[in-house]
Design a protein around this ligand. Structure first.
Ligand SMILES: [Zn+2]
Length: 144
């Protein structure tokens, strides 16, 4: 394991499936962050073989629903004064609003732009979601 300077106050996103870290790194816009970010790829993991880790030396707001859609097996550690004060276990959200977008041209969300795109978890193994209005199925990986 690489020795990376300890975070004083911030967030560690751990147990990211190897290869998905870059997607989260880009989604959070971390390449332009004015604070220190450590991005570890292909770290060896006892349980996962390899994993990615992102350490953010700042307390930033993260949408855990989107993070759970990207990879529900992620663990988020909140660090305060160099200690882990909170561990957040992510999961696939039961309901998402304006994260997955319905592509059915006959769906009311396609014709009425003020209606929110609401999806409900359909199958947590296949990670699929069903549109509230037209029953169109979207995959968790299809978020915009
Ligand atoms: Zn729909």
């Amino acid at each position: 394991m690489l020795n990376i300077a300890k975070i004083k106050n911030g967030i560690v996103i751990d147990h990211i499936k190897a290869g998905l870290g870059i997607r989260i790194f880009n989604w959070l816009g971390l390449s332009k962050a004015p604070y220190t970010v450590a991005f570890v790829v292909n770290a060896s993991s006892e349980h996962m073989g390899q994993k990615d880790i992102i350490k953010i030396d700042n307390t930033i707001a993260i949408n855990f629903d989107i993070l759970g859609l990207i990879d529900p097996n992620i663990t988020v550690n909140i660090i305060e004064n160099e200690l882990i004060t909170r561990k957040i276990k992510l999961q696939l959200p039961e309901r998402v609003e304006n994260i997955l977008i319905c592509k059915n041209p006959r769906c009311i969300t396609s014709t009425e732009s003020y209606i929110p795109h609401i999806f409900h978890l359909e199958n947590s193994v296949e990670r699929t979601y069903r549109c509230e209005y037209c029953d169109e199925i979207r995959s968790a990986g299809d978020f915009r």
